[in-house]
Design a protein around this ligand. Structure first.
Ligand SMILES: C[S@@+](CC[C@H](N)C(=O)[O-])C[C@H]1O[C@@H](n2cnc3c(N)ncnc32)[C@H](O)[C@@H]1O
Length: 325
């Protein structure tokens, strides 16, 4: 099956980053104790995907990260005594290595890093067909990932999904961070609190003092990079247009998922995500600035009606697609 991937030696920072995201999904890293928002959001995706999965199916998890969606899928399949071949795909070495550590002991789980180098040495995304070695999947799931794919890349990615599915196969995805008319006024987009933190800290004195030490163009570039960590959400129609133009039909459902305040703090303090407060130096100063900003943002969300004292409400959409005949 394709090239296979094994992690190379990671820096301590990369190891810490992958572990922190895993701990944001699983309390104390215990696979039996998923954070409520993770368990609830992915449960709906799996309910849609499971009827398409049979003994021996080839299933792809596109954007597998630290393994959160795959772990929950395998729990259900193991309980039902259904064995499949599961290919996990992700571009981020720090998070994907964590998935590898957790799941590599299983011979039914395979890993493909989705980035590589082209002939000129430029980093590029690999084709799905190449990662699957020409095999066709029965189901492709993609959990909490498509909102991170640049709009210009979505049509080609969806074309690749269509080309790599068996006739009768299904594409099932979810996202808590796309805009849609389905979203009730009492729920926010998943990353709204963290975009709020970014905005709150944009003009922070300590941050601005550090930015002022950079050359002007470096400061602009650095700020632009931080704005991409939690990009402004696009509308669901952008994803659906890309999916349907690749020949799929669509069913969309939605669900509101409570995101516990402590889980939100753990989430945004994952080193890769906490970079929204850079160039504040990683550690106490940066973490405290983020904590303080998050509590102000969540207090505002309570006034706006999208949060309570215990949690904020995130709105998730679920896409269920098969190839039109
Ligand atoms: C929020 S994580 C979701 C991980 C996992 N599916 C889960 O439910 O826990 C999103 C993943 O998308 C990956 N990702 C980010 N940008 C991407 C892109 N342009 N194309 C494909 N994957 C991307 C990230 O590396 C990350 O692991």
């Amino acid at each position: 099956m394709a090239s296979g991937w094994t992690p190379s030696t990671l820096t301590p920072h990369e190891v810490g980053d992958g572990l922190a995201y895993h701990l944001a999904l699983y309390h104390d890293g215990d696979l039996a104790r998923p954070a409520g928002w993770h368990a609830d959001s992915v449960r709906h995706l799996l309910e849609i995907a499971l009827p398409h999965i049979k003994e021996g199916s080839l299933v792809v998890d596109y954007g597998a990260g630290t393994g959160g969606s795959a772990i929950e899928l395998l729990k259900l399949l193991d309980a039902a005594d259904i064995s499949i071949q599961l290919v996990l795909i992700d571009p981020l070495v720090s998070w994907f290595s964590q998935a590898y550590n957790i799941l590599n002991h299983r011979d039914d789980v395979h890993f493909e890093l989705s980035i590589g180098k082209d002939a000129e040495g430029k980093t590029v995304f690999r084709e799905l067909d190449d990662m699957l070695d020409g095999r066709k999947a029965d189901v492709i799931i993609s959990s909490s990932t498509l909102h991170l794919v640049p709009v210009r890349a979505l049509p080609d990615l969806c074309r690749q999904f269509a080309d790599s599915l068996n006739p009768g196969g299904a594409l099932v995805w979810d996202s808590g961070d796309v805009e849609s008319e389905l979203r009730p006024a009492t729920a926010a987009c998943l990353h709204d609190p963290y975009r709020g933190v970014r905005e709150h800290l944009r003009d922070d004195d300590a941050r601005q003092a550090l930015l002022a030490k950079l050359a002007a163009e470096d400061a602009i570039r650095a700020e632009r990079r931080l704005d991409y960590i939690f990009p402004v959400p696009f509308g669901i129609e952008v994803v659906l247009e890309a999916i349907e133009s690749a020949g799929f039909n669509s069913e969309v459902t939605d669900h509101v998922v409570g995101f516990d305040v402590e889980d939100a703090e753990r989430f945004v303090l994952v080193p890769r995500l906490a970079e929204i407060a850079a160039p504040l130096i990683e550690g106490g100063q940066r973490d405290n600035a983020i904590r303080e900003a998050l509590s102000l943002v969540l207090a505002r969300m309570q006034l706006e009606g999208t949060a309570s004292e215990a949690e904020y409400r995130s709105h998730w959409v679920y896409g269920h697609h098969s190839l039109s005949k």
